[in-house]
Write a protein that binds this ligand. Structure first.
Ligand SMILES: N[C@@H](CCC[C@H](N)C(=O)O)C(=O)O
Length: 281
């Protein structure tokens, strides 16, 4: 056996949801191709393509499609709300449909196109047990974690730590994000949100994403922020989350947390074979 050079070009699509940007690889009808190494290489904004998350589309068994998510540092993510909306957008377009079901590590999600063209996804019910979020140990109150600032912990298929601050715009996210992301209270690390309440239907949020860093928007983070604010009695069940990249509309319902917002295609391209290694020949 010797290594032979991979000559296959890998097609991908670049999309974004409010500036939260994604590389989308369609692996339906074949084995998965994304590895931690490929995810890291592709995620490099200088030597690769650059993205916040990579979404690999897989064949669905009990759903229309399945989705795997990767962060730009090569780690896996259990949920990615904006990438789910972006993929739902193109899958619904291709099938000339207005709804789609998507199997993710988080569970079975459903998405639909609204009359105004925006894509809405039901991100499921928030996790409210410490070991499902997950936290490293039980805490007496998920809305007053034993950390400076007493943030809230919310699981949306991935962990979130939501800080309520006076002014989200004046938080040094790059300074505060990484230490919370890697606090031992979060055995799988965490996404970190800084939020202030504008009124009962509007909040402002900035985010530090686990495995990626500062992003212009985070869909699961917006859901987590709304859930935390609602649990604290600060907002109604429908709220607009004002992110650096634009607004996301969140509605907390009995069947799950709905997230609605814009999606955009950027370009389609093919990855040079040299970028994605060798195969045994
Ligand atoms: N941008 C995403 C969340 C991405 C996953 C996250 N970084 C993690 O590791 O959990 C979204 O729109 O939800």
């Amino acid at each position: 056996m010797r290594d032979s050079v991979n000559t296959e070009r890998l097609a991908f699509l670049k999309m974004h949801g409010l500036g939260n940007d994604f590389v989308i690889v369609d692996s339906r009808g074949r084995d998965a191709v994304v590895t931690p190494d490929l995810a890291r290489k592709l995620g490099d904004r200088h030597r690769g393509v650059g993205y916040d998350q990579l979404a690999e589309i897989r064949d669905g068994r009990d759903s229309d499609i399945a989705l795997d998510f990767w962060n730009s540092d090569g780690t896996r993510a259990g949920a990615c709300g904006n990438a789910t909306r972006c993929v739902a957008d193109i899958v619904m377009d291709a099938a000339v449909r207005r709804n789609v079901t998507i199997r993710t590590a988080r569970g079975l999600l459903s998405a639909k196109r609204l009359d105004d063209g925006l894509v809405s996804v039901n991100m499921g019910l928030p996790e409210s047990e410490w070991d499902a979020i997950p936290l490293a140990r039980p805490v007496s109150d998920l809305d007053a974690l034993p950390l400076p600032g007493k943030p809230s912990a919310v699981g949306m298929g991935n962990p979130h730590c939501v800080f309520f601050v006076e002014d989200a715009d004046s938080v040094d996210v790059e300074d505060r994000g990484p230490s919370v992301e890697n606090d031992p209270l979060f055995p799988e690390a965490t996404n970190v949100e800084f939020v202030h309440v504008i009124d009962r239907t509007e909040i402002r949020m900035r985010v530090w994403e686990r495995g990626t860093g500062i992003t212009l928007a985070c869909g699961s983070g917006a859901c987590a922020a709304a859930v935390a604010a609602h649990r604290r009695g600060l907002i109604d069940s429908a709220v607009t989350v004002r992110l650096d990249g634009g607004p996301l509309h969140i509605r907390i319902a009995d069947e799950g947390v709905w997230m609605t917002g814009a999606t955009a295609k950027v370009f389609e391209a093919e990855l040079d074979p040299s970028m994605w290694g060798t195969t045994d020949g």
